[in-house]
Design a binder for this molecule. Structure first.
Ligand code: 5AD
Length: 349
């Protein structure tokens, strides 16, 4: 009942911890607005009104993996593949810098033809621009992560996607959950700021599993969390499944903010694609980051993780920089002009 829910929310708002059972109750409850409002207060108290912008550059859509949900999976023969060269990447990084952003995110499929040595070179050159560098290029060896860190990479994004081992196994043939966790632990130990996260609304995923995802984020002390709805993608095994529900995504964002009050958390592109005013809804549910796409136009539509990412896809999502800036102002939030590292305030008890 409502009194119990209200108690749970205020406990969470003050203590930033909750049992799995109670998280499940909140995830299943209809009080999305109340949960989001509490998350919004905690967001304001811990990370303030600044929204950090991270310039996303999608460097390659080649991928050797076969994740059931993803449009970049190797068996999807219907998309044209591309790989940016060093000059193109540096050109985008410069444009990101010129636009006043302080972080570039180099994201790509697991493209084994991208040599780590070359990537280190690129990282070094971007570092000369005095930008923070986030990498998001999947599972690598400890040595490879170490080399990239030495070259100047600051942060790394690697979603766990789901912490339920059975579901993980079903959706990721020939991949190892334990290796993915190994990657996250390596990255932490090497001194990266580490981002992880999950898909929401996967077939077979329960509220129980989602509650465990949040507790996992807290357990590994993630610095950043990215989450969005699963969006069914043509030419993948899950093309005919139902996609994730926006209300649950908002509750997940809000509960994650309540449990990990000082992290950086984007309103993701997938949320922007799935919901009307998705970025705004995300910003009101605890998010404090947006990642405008700063890549080259010719490649944006090829980076087809899921449909609806670009306007020529009939999409209503506005992920160009100018629109995102306007949207932040219209929400009475502040556009970040600093690197926006996580400022750790809250210690996990
Ligand atoms: N719907 C939503 N998100 C997806 N991703 C991949 N495929 C989809 C999809 N169909 C997400 C994964 C990955 C991130 C880069 O994109 O969570 O980590």
């Amino acid at each position: 009942n409502y009194d119990y829910i209200k108690d749970l929310i205020s406990y969470l708002e003050n203590e930033h911890t909750l049992s799995k059972e109670n998280l499940v109750i909140l995830l299943k409850s209809e009080y999305t607005d109340e949960i989001c409002q509490a998350a919004d207060r905690v967001r304001k108290k811990f990370v303030g009104d600044v929204v950090h912008l991270r310039g996303l550059i999608e460097i390659s859509n080649y991928c050797c993996r076969t994740c059931y949900y993803c449009g970049l999976r190797v068996y999807n023969k219907s998309i044209k593949r591309y790989r940016m060269d060093e000059n193109e990447i540096l050109q985008c990084a410069k444009a990101t810098k010129d636009a006043g952003l302080k972080t570039v995110v180099l994201q790509g499929g697991e493209d084994k033809h991208f040599k780590i040595k070359d990537l280190c070179n690129i990282v070094e050159k971007i570092k000369d621009l005095d930008l923070s560098i986030t990498l998001s290029i999947g599972e690598l060896t400890t040595k490879e992560y170490a080399d990239l860190k030495k070259a100047g990479a600051d942060r790394y994004l690697l979603r766990i996607e789901t912490t339920n081992k059975d579901l993980y196994k079903k959706l990721h043939p020939n991949m190892s959950f334990d290796n993915r966790v190994r990657c996250l632990i390596d990255l932490k130990e090497l001194g990266y700021e580490v981002g992880t996260g999950c898909l929401i609304g996967l077939p077979g995923q329960t509220s129980d599993m989602l509650a465990e995802d949040i507790l996992f984020f807290k357990n590994i002390d993630a610095d950043m969390i990215g989450m969005g709805p699963f969006i069914p993608t043509p030419n993948t095994p899950l093309e005919n499944e139902k996609g994730g529900n926006v209300e649950i995504v908002l509750k997940m964002l809000a509960l994650t903010r309540l449990l990990l009050p000082d992290i950086n958390m984007p309103a993701t592109t997938a949320l922007g694609v799935k919901a009307d005013n998705g970025y705004i809804k995300g910003l009101r549910a605890g998010a404090n980051v947006i990642m405008p796409n700063m890549g080259l136009n010719e490649y944006k539509k090829l980076y087809a993780l899921y449909p609806g990412k670009t306007s020529d896809d009939g999409s209503k999502v506005v992920n160009d920089l100018e629109n995102i800036r306007k949207l932040i102002i219209s929400e009475n939030r502040i556009i970040g002009h600093e690197k926006g590292d996580r400022k750790k305030i809250w210690k996990n008890p």
